[in-house]
Design a protein around this ligand. Sequence first.
Ligand code: FES
Length: 186
Amino acid sequence: MLARLDELTGPVEVGKFYLVPTVRAKWMPYGVRDWPIIGPQHNDKHCLDFEHTHYHLDARFMPSWHGHHCEWYWSHVAVSPMQAKRGLNAGGFPPVVWKRRECKRLENPQTDALFKRAAESKTFQCLHADYVGRQAKHDGRGWVCPHRSVPLADHAPVDGVIRCPLHFMRIDASTGKVLASEVPSQ
Ligand code: FES
């Protein structure tokens, strides 16, 4: 029996198969597929000025069409969510369907660069400033990102920090406190 991602009490493992939430819709420029998604559908009007309803893609289960090191592709996976707006998934999204998928990687290969860019971005600084110091809830499996209530039990901490892949918040893996963005030294 395959484990559903929302049943895991620890990080996913590369090479293992899981039941993963997918949504069949169009993601530009790659067309209609059953895309692996992470978190609820939402908009990000606050601070990020992103008004369209969207789903974020789960990089751990995405195909690597342009290879592991393609910065453009992996940045696109992270910051170009699947949107519903006029001319693109205009009728909204169909229900989530759980599908068998192989875990290809533990996180987006561009994660370090994405967190660095977010820490330097005024819009992400605005969002993160609202959350820093807040206590994440624990759902019995692991910490839940307080921003969009995304369960992060299946994400491996890096140096004691869980990195939420949706909008790049950092959560202390032992206390559940939201940490400040790490602005890289020049
Ligand atoms: S859901 Fe937005 S940072 Fe976690």
